[in-house]
Design a protein around this ligand. Structure first.
Ligand code: FAD
Ligand code: DHB
Length: 397
């Protein structure tokens, strides 16, 4: 068994783990990243697409934003569509900020490229099996190339997503979970067709929610609300396009062109929060600690925000021998997480059809959307949350 010694052992090479490793390296703090999948797999896993302005700034200021600046699509607003009409929420006008559409797997590629470029340790196909002694001398046991190894570290960062091993390693009496399941899922596709709009369109329709997004000027990303136990094989390409056309139709005759679909998947919807997010020297980040339903596009943004908070705590610890910021990790993260939960839950609630909703509920959805799109106060609130609430302390670098 080969043993490695490092300052921070990071489990998982998603946005949380990679961002943390990158920020720590810039501050001269050593880490080792363990990832159970191959590099090809994590670099091609299709997920999020919307970056808050704070996330964009973090990538740019930390030196990994060059490709995002070239290829990312900056959006200054978003459309809410209901009752056959579209209504634009103008972020720039309302709050002076914007968002950037840039695939999560592109962020992951850029961060992996930087990590390898700096010659820093990252092991793929290295599955963490067990984390232990996180109140004393933390250890991560992992399997790689049919052998078991160990990382001994000062701290463990559990960035291993919702189905990882770090959160379940915490004794039940030390942790509390908050959870909400939603009675629907999203069917998402990627298609070779230019986006039918240059900004995102969030659609509320009696038949359910639909979302038009994009990845590049040639590739559309679209989502449809579906049953939670939906079988993807029940949805032919033709049926998907037809349903999207119905839900996105306008009185003005909106045209949604179809194109070859090259990726399809079903995403369950859940709200989930772990409290606290730290257990001795084990810290949970991103989806390992919290999940939001995707409607507000907050998941990846919250994951990198946790990395920012933990970096600050670790810098204080190593450079000034003060554990004060580390002790406040949970408090700092959960404040933002609950605000993200509230916004995602609210966006989900107003834009989806729940089972057994009657005509009264439908009218309430329409009234809520009418209010949000016509009241300056309400649209400013949506805009402020969508582009991302400010970080509590500016200037980490
Ligand atoms: P993950 O990305 O899940 O990374 C965890 C990593 O840990 C994985 O690479 C996994 O392989 C690895 N791992 C797991 N177990 C182990 C182990 N035992 N040993 C080693 N490695 C392990 N968020 C947004 O901000 N904006 C959006 O627009 C948005 N849209 C979304 C759309 C969809 C369809 C989906 C599914 C999600 C969306 N999200 C969005 C959410 C976002 O993708 C997640 O919140 C984000 O991936 C969280 O990052 P993470 O690093 O915490 O976890
Ligand atoms: C995308 C995903 C979201 O959850 C969202 O709210 C907006 C866009 C996307 O994948 O492009």
């Amino acid at each position: 068994m080969a043993n490695i010694r490092t300052q921070v052992g990071i489990v998982g090479a998603g946005p949380a783990g990679l961002m943390l490793a990158h920020l720590l390296h810039l501050q001269g703090i050593e880490s080792v990243v363990l990832e159970s999948h191959s590099r090809e797999y994590v670099e091609s896993r299709v997920r999020a697409g919307v970056l808050e302005q704070g996330t964009v700034d973090m990538l740019r200021e930390s030196g990994v934003g060059a490709r995002m600046e070239r290829e990312g699509l900056q959006h200054e607003g978003v459309e809410l569509r209901f009752g056959g009409k579209g209504h634009r929420i103008d972020f720039q006008h309302l709050v002076g900020k914007s968002i950037t559409v840039y695939g999560q797997q592109e962020v992951v590629k850029d961060l992996i490229g930087a990590r390898i470029g700096y010659g820093q340790p990252i092991f793929f196909e290295a599955e963490a099996l067990h984390v232990s002694e996180f109140d004393a001398q933390p250890r991560i046991r992992y399997a790689c190339q049919d052998a078991e190894h160990e990382v001994a570290c000062d701290f463990i960062a559990g960035c291993d997503g919702f189905h990882g091993i770090c959160r379940p390693a915490v004794p039940a009496e030390r942790v509390r979970f908050y959870e909400r399941q939603y009675p629907f899922a999203w069917l998402g596709i990627l298609a070779h067709v230019p986006p039918a709009s240059h900004e995102l369109i969030y659609n509320y329709h009696e038949r359910g929610f639909a979302l038009l997004s994009m990845r590049t000027p040639e590739i559309s990303r679209l989502y449809l609300q579906c049953e939670p136990d939906e079988q993807i094989q029940n949805w032919s390409d033709e049926r998907i396009w037809q349903e999207l056309r119905i839900r996105m139709a306008t009185h003005e005759g909106f045209v949604l062109k179809d194109g070859p679909i090259f990726q399809k998947g079903i995403t369950p919807m859940r709200s989930f929060v772990t409290e606290p997010m730290q257990f001795g020297k084990l810290f949970l980040l991103g989806d390992a600690a919290h999940i939001v339903p995707p409607t507000g596009a907050k998941g990846m943004n919250l994951a990198v925000a946790d990395a920012r908070v933990l970096t600050r705590g670790l810098v204080e610890y190593y450079k000034r021998r003060s554990a004060g910021d580390l002790a406040r990790y949970t408090e700092r993260c959960l404040k933002r997480v609950w605000l993200g939960q509230r916004f995602s839950w609210w966006m989900t609630s107003i834009l989806h059809r729940f089972p057994h909703e009657d005509d009264f509920s439908h009218q309430i959805h329409l009234a809520e959307l009418d209010y949000v799109t016509h009241s300056r106060a309400a649209s400013t609130s949506l805009a402020e949350n969508y582009v991302g609430l400010p970080f509590d302390t500016p200037g980490l670098f």
